[in-house]
Design a protein around this ligand. Sequence first.
Ligand SMILES: Cc1cc2nc3c(=O)[nH]c(=O)nc-3n(C[C@H](O)[C@H](O)[C@H](O)COP(=O)(O)OP(=O)(O)OC[C@H]3O[C@@H](n4cnc5c(N)ncnc54)[C@H](O)[C@@H]3O)c2cc1C
Length: 452
Amino acid sequence: MTLHVAIIGGGASGTLTAAHLLQRRVNPQRLRITIVEARQDVGCGVAYSTVQACHLLNTRVHNMSAFPDDPTHFSRWLEGQGFGPGRDMDFVPRKTYGRYLADLLGPAAEGGLVPRLQILDQECVALRVHDHGVEVGLADGSVLPAHFAILATGICRDDQKASGLEDPWSRPSDADPASPVVLVGTGLTMVDMVLSLLNAGQSAPIYAISRRGLLPQPHRPTKPLKLSTADIPMGSSAGYLLQWLRTTIRAHEAAGGDWRDVMDGLRPHTQLLWRHLPPDSRQRFLRQGSSLWETHRHRMPPSSAARMEEARAAGLLRIVKGHFQGAERHVSGTSVTYRPSGEKSLARLEGAYAIDCRGFRRLSLPTPNRLLQSLVDQGLGRLDPLSLGLDFDQNDALIDRDGRSARRIFGVGPITRATHFEITAVPDIRVQAACLAERLIGTPGLSATHTA
Ligand SMILES: Cc1cc2nc3c(=O)[nH]c(=O)nc-3n(C[C@H](O)[C@H](O)[C@H](O)COP(=O)(O)OP(=O)(O)OC[C@H]3O[C@@H](n4cnc5c(N)ncnc54)[C@H](O)[C@@H]3O)c2cc1C
């Protein structure tokens, strides 16, 4: 049997999954992979498509290898590209990482006698499941048969045009740097946008607005605290967990450590923590603890932090605490309406344009992603109770309307966020991709086909 795996989405998650399937040295006659990607390029997805050198990885080189069991794979690749040795602790441009991801698949896509990897520059609009496999419906009306489909579609993005905000990755490039700009959200995307604006000579204020006005914390070298599962109060409420985290941090700092050591020590356990969190606590955590969590867990490179600090000190970057209500475009710019934190009345900010820097949003239906909408309409998938994404089980199988796990459709990356929560960064996605590859390769009838 030749196992045919269709991966829907060729961003980091789809690419890492394909790389892990290919790495398992299955006889090339026995494994075929098709990546269906609506965009022109495979490997980059949203995060690594930026061409701007100031948009850095927020994770150090030594944590960004595609293969968890080969941690120097990315640094060796960098060295081969002329970056020089000793880059392990650096934060390199994300566009460089996009090239690395694309390079992972190069040899397989180029072929040999049996092409193992095919890339289809198409949108997948539907999936149909039958006893022996799946049919992948494409936007041009054609159908691709496969044994398994893996959803690697990333998060669903809102229709920014409807919100009055600009897409951060295709914002106006001809804007006047002497006009104010409004950024909605103060996370890592906001940092990228501020750096781009500063590089373009922005001289008018940049307003960045979020409910708590919290910015990502800067990275510093850490010594992750050694925590075992037994050290962590699994299954307790969000309130108790946050209290435990604060106490642990205080004790660690009193002993001369840094809070980052605790956050990084907790990292290997966060998916398990999420799994054990009671449903109402998950909701409470998202409402009350998530901004603090995000800003401490997803940190920015020190060089970016220094530039943000300079811009704030110069009055160029102004952080506004408030709840975004809406944006309206007019002839001369965009008006952003918000409710200042702690106040009842609304206020307004004017900019030449306003950019959506809110990052992950809840998935709302109907969604502009035709595939996800069709999965829900057919009952093959369902929204998770917190609307973080589609519902998947612990083995990353899609859960249908009646709560049954699919045998043919899986997910990888942020689309599975409802199940794992911390599944947006490469160090987490690569482990998930490796496990999924192992499971699919173990499909009966294929297990004896590994090359020597
Ligand atoms: C700006 C930014 C910076 C980041 N920086 C880092 C970092 O420094 N370090 C780190 O570890 N993580 C970082 N991350 C997080 C992480 O790398 C991303 O979560 C990851 O890239 C997600 O990849 P993905 O493939 O799941 O999603 P995406 O990148 O969104 O890719 C999904 C792809 O699927 C395609 N697609 C969707 N639906 C269909 C369909 N129906 N048919 C065909 N194609 C479809 C889309 O066109 C897209 O190319 C960053 C994320 C962002 C957004």
